[in-house]
Ligand binder design. Structure first.
Ligand SMILES: [Ca+2]
Ligand SMILES: [Ca+2]
Length: 82
């Protein structure tokens, strides 16, 4: 999550807008919460919580331990996810 280090609220204006950008990566992740704080001299600190919901689907992997095996070889592949 990227957001500006500071936001200027011009004189005689009650608020301003800041752009917060979420990084869209390729890694499957759990939902995560981020707390964003705003503070300025002479004002109490304010905070909001944003929940980021992942859009990546875990992929199942299948790996052959050997591509030519005897019928008595036993375990010949490994199945997992990442
Ligand atoms: Ca993604
Ligand atoms: Ca992700």
């Amino acid at each position: 999550m990227d957001f500006p280090a500071s936001v200027i609220i011009p004189a005689n204006v009650a608020s301003n807008t800041a752009t917060v950008t979420i990084t869209d990566d390729n890694m499957p992740e759990l939902k995560s919460d981020r707390v964003i704080y705003a503070s300025s001299s002479g004002n109490t600190t304010s905070q909001v919580t944003a929940s980021i919901i992942d859009n990546d689907i875990p992929q199942v992997s299948l790996e052959l331990l050997a591509d030519t095996v005897s019928e008595s070889a036993g375990k010949i592949c490994h199945l997992g996810n990442y």
